[in-house]
Design a protein around this ligand. Structure first.
Ligand code: ATP
Ligand code: MG
Length: 322
């Protein structure tokens, strides 16, 4: 491990000192940071989504902004817009809340389609165009969007085609009983050690993250694993070829973008685990989060009680990752 990689591994450990459990979320936040990807996080309230992403922003000295999505939000409320300044006799662009390194887009499915589109477009292009002028977003720019799985009334589900813009779709669960007890202990102890914690922050800055990103792109991905990734992603489009009992369950499978996302995310996870090469476990671990939001199942699947996770599990067993 070189020093940059060691600092990123240390950054990952520093998050674990702040958040109890939720290891998959912490891993995936750093994977997104290291690949320039974005996260869609689904979880009930109070599972440390905000705390975790704030801790990440703090650990990389990034500017942080939370945006609460609501039905009355307009695209300009997140992107910013041209404002006429009478004193100067002209308009000037005033940047919206998207112009931050790390943006928490809370309850993204509460805003209407045009606001979601503005966000997803900015995520994809890493820039915002207003009045014919393009404004670049910061180089780190990472969006963590949240969805509450319980509340469906009065929400606007994200269009399936746009979900592809998220590198990973992470599903959170409650902590275990022991973890929940540690959360309480930590809460009580934190009041005591707040000052020590502030001093213990690892000095990682944006430039270091960008260097780490370049290193992640060079993590070795063996020929056999490249083949396996392509086979797995193609199998989501055509699962019946891999299992006779699953005839016609998929309306749309994962895209080439998903295929690249799986490769890049696996490289970042390998890097975080201190290696300079991907192993099959990296791919197997991340495949559900890369694929679950990009597979559209049809009615037949719903009737048979098959969901995307079940299908991905089946396909992973069938594709060879050795
Ligand atoms: N795993 C955990 N480790 C440490 N603290 C936790 C954990 N889970 C919850 N907490 C604590 O619970 C409180 C709520 O967390 P937080 O606000 O981050 O939740 P959230 O997922 O953003 O909720 P919401 O969906 O309502 O925005 C915080 O005080 C946080 O420190
Ligand atoms: Mg929150």
């Amino acid at each position: 491990m070189d020093s940059i990689q060691r600092r990123m591994v240390e950054l990952r450990s520093s998050l674990a000192r702040r958040i109890v459990g939720q290891q998959p979320l912490l891993d995936r936040m750093v994977v997104a940071l290291l690949t320039g990807g974005h996260l869609l996080v689904e979880g009930l309230p109070g599972l440390a989504k905000t705390t975790a992403v704030k801790a990440l922003a703090h650990a990389v000295h990034a500017s942080f902004q939370r945006v609460q999505f609501t039905p009355d939000l307009l695209p300009g409320d997140i992107t910013g817009g041209d404002v006429f300044l009478p004193a100067e006799g002209r308009s000037r662009f005033v940047a919206g809340p998207l112009f931050h390194d790390i943006v928490l887009a809370d309850e993204i499915n509460r805003a209407p389609a045009k606001v979601q589109s503005a966000l997803l477009e900015a995520m994809q292009e890493r820039q915002v165009t207003v009045g014919g002028t393009t404004h670049a977003l910061p180089p780190l720019f990472l969006v963590m969007a949240t969805q509450n799985p319980l509340e469906q009334s009065g929400t606007y589900p994200l269009p399936e085609a746009q979900l592809d813009r998220f590198l990973l779709h992470v599903v959170l669960d409650y902590p275990s009983e022991a973890q929940e007890r540690s959360i309480l202990d930590k809460d009580l102890a934190d009041a005591v050690s707040a000052r020590e914690r502030a001093a213990a922050q690892p000095p990682v800055d944006a430039a270091t993250v960008l260097e780490a990103r370049a290193e992640v792109r060079c993590v070795h991905l063996a020929e056999s694993l490249r083949d396996a990734i392509v086979t797995l992603v193609r199998a989501t489009r055509d699962p019946e070829r891999h299992d006779a009992s699953r005839v016609g369950l998929v309306a749309a499978g994962a895209s080439p973008r998903a295929m690249l996302a799986l490769a890049h995310a696996a490289q970042a996870l390998a890097y975080l685990r201190g290696r300079d090469y991907v192993i099959p476990d990296d791919i197997v671990e991340l495949a559900p989060d890369v694929l679950r939001h990009r597979i559209v199942l049809n009615l037949e699947a719903e009737l048979r009680g098959v969901d995307a996770d079940a299908l991905i599990g089946q396909l992973l067993q069938r594709c060879s990752f050795d």
